[in-house]
Write a protein that binds this ligand. Structure first.
Ligand code: G16
Length: 548
């Protein structure tokens, strides 16, 4: 295809996926996300862009994932996966937005400009992997993505219903020649299961650890994936799987799943929790995980991403010390991290914490600055990344015949832990296996884990406004720079609460402004959240009922 050519046949294909309205859509926190019926042209164009990106990356595979993750079923979304399984390079997000917002008649010209600007060789082959969640609109949108890839003369490989992290892994494994394409699924599950089983065999301390877990699949693709993993785990982890209805559209993420459990601070519906038994909830595309349990007094306990981060970082830190390896370890959080978690991690565990804006792409990037970078958003999205230096030192040490036996054992375990982790992106299933490994190694029950530190009471709220983009933030989302005067008002409100902290930011995935508040008691945290939500409502053209 000549990038300058405008062709009638091509125009006819473009018009099969017409841009139905002129509302601007932006590549946000996790790609494009909105009502599914508004997305056909966006997904088609992202198929085109993925083929272009593949050419720009020497014909390596690029991923296109159709999902709206934690959002309600009528929504959908699309995000691109770069060659090493990472999120799309930030500079290309603007290109994606440009193509998505071009009118039908301008699209070919805009595409030609992008091809010239990025200097792609349009004669090179292009390969795009497509994956989708279980939403009723996802199959149709998947076809639109395939049509987009073909439009730009690329090869589309449809991987069907997969979790987001599975697609990230497939892209990485293909480009790294780790496994032949027909075995990608098998390789993903075998890698997780075999490393988890090896770790489980080695760890003998059991004490208060029990292998029985209730798994909440959010009625989404995570429920399908876990069914494939289960037979491979034998009796190392005894999961009872709930919320597996991937056929009835209205059930997805409805009163269950990681986002529901974290936001409502409540057990998922769909089954009766057994007292003190661990509940593992994943979200609609299984890239987030939240632990919880209900005690014998029917009191609910939440173990969110902050707790997972401290558990995992503490274990890794101990291994680094015991191994004698010179490796830097740090943790990355966002403004949503509970104040007490940050205090515990920095003051008690003595692990440095860095802050970034919301969005795993920001955290991932920051985590790469350490040899071992642990990052988790409070909502359960996160993983651990290892530098080349860390990987090399571990491999060298394993082959060092003079190494003391106890150190060798620690290093072997560290290597297996690296294997169980999906470092390309947050992966609920891999994260669960990691948490289970640490709990087993520590011999901990949920109560033991929870005893590490106590969360400050907090509350999350959503405020509906006319245009959420009037709110702009700085300082890793912790301060509001626009509209004028809003931050001053928030500071005034917060100053009258003991241990009060609050911030607001426009969501990148939903049409709302998010409000976070924490304070000394739950009553105060709730009150503070409502007060700040009203400040937002009044200063940023709130719509609908006044927050209460
Ligand atoms: C996505 C992002 C996360 C982010 C979440 C909420 O998650 O990948 O990093 O925390 O959206 O973002 P926002 O507050 O901007 O709406 P998911 O699981 O929905 O893809």
């Amino acid at each position: 295809i000549s990038p300058r050519a405008t062709d009638r046949k091509m125009q006819a294909t473009i018009e099969k996926y017409p841009r139905k309205n002129d509302v601007y859509i932006q590549y946000g926190t996790a790609g494009f996300r909105t009502k599914a019926e508004l997305l056909d042209h966006v997904v088609f164009r992202m198929g085109v862009l993925a083929a272009l990106r593949s050419r720009a990356k020497g014909s390596m595979a690029i991923g296109v994932m159709i999902t709206a993750s934690h959002n309600p079923e009528p929504d959908n979304g699309v995000k691109l996966v770069d060659p090493h399984g990472e999120m799309l390079e930030v500079a290309w997000e603007a290109i994606a937005s440009r193509l998505a917002n071009a009118s039908d008649s301008e699209f070919q010209e805009e595409l030609a400009k992008v091809a010239i600007q990025t200097g792609v060789d349009v004669n090179k082959p292009a390969l795009v992997f497509i994956g989708r969640d279980t939403r009723s609109s996802s199959e149709r949108l998947g076809e639109a993505a395939i049509a987009g890839v073909k439009f730009y003369q690329g090869t589309a490989v449809d991987h069907g219903q997969v979790t987001t992290p599975m697609l990230h892994y497939y892209v990485y494994a293909h480009n790294m020649n780790l496994t032949p394409d027909p075995q990608l699924e098998d390789s993903y599950f075998s890698k997780l299961a075999s490393s988890f089983i090896s770790l489980s065999k080695e760890i003998t301390t059991k004490k208060n650890y029990s292998p029985f877990v209730d798994f909440d699949g959010a009625n989404g693709v995570g429920a399908l994936a876990i069914e494939k993993l289960l037979p491979r785990l034998g009796n190392t982890l005894l999961l009872t799987v709930h919320n597996t209805d991937t056929v009835t559209p209205s059930t997805l993420n409805k009163e269950c799943g990681a986002d529901y459990v974290k936001t409502h601070v409540a057990a998922p519906k769909g089954f009766e929790p057994t007292p003190n038994k661990r509940i593992v909830s994943v979200d609609g595309d299984a890239d987030r995980v939240i632990y919880s349990y209900v005690d014998s007094q029917k009191q609910f306990h939440l173990m969110d991403g902050d707790h997972i981060a401290s558990l995992v970082a503490g274990y890794l830190m101990e291994m680094v010390k015991d191994s004698g390896l010179e490796l830097s370890l740090g943790l990355v959080q966002t403004a949503y991290a509970n104040g007490n978690s940050t205090k515990y991690i920095t003051e008690t565990m003595k692990i440095p914490v860095a802050f970034t804006s919301t969005g795993v792409k920001h955290l991932h990037h920051k985590a790469l600055e350490y040899d071992i970078g642990v990052y988790f958003e409070a909502n359960g999205h996160g993983t651990v990344v290892f530098s080349n230096n860390a990987r090399n030192l571990v491999l060298q040490a394993m082959n060092d015949e003079k190494l003391d036996e106890s150190k060798r054992r620690v290093i072997m375990r560290l290597k297996q832990v690296m294997e169980v982790i999906n470092s390309t992106v947050g992966d609920a299933i891999s994260d669960m296996l990691l948490v289970e490994t640490v709990l087993k190694a520590r011999g901990w029950s949920m109560e033991d884990w929870e005893a590490a530190y106590q969360d400050l009471p907090s509350r999350l709220m959503k405020v509906h406004v006319k245009d959420r983009n009037v709110i702009e933030t700085v300082d890793a989302d912790r301060k509001c720079s626009k509209p004028d005067g809003l931050q001053k008002e928030i500071d005034r409100v917060v100053s009258s609460y003991s241990f009060g902290r609050s911030f607001v930011r426009p969501s990148g995935t939903e049409d709302v402004v998010r409000v976070y508040a924490e304070a000394e008691t739950q009553v105060e945290a709730d009150k503070l959240a409502v007060e700040v939500a009203r400040v937002v409502y009044n200063n940023a053209d709130g719509v609908g009922p006044i927050p209460s």
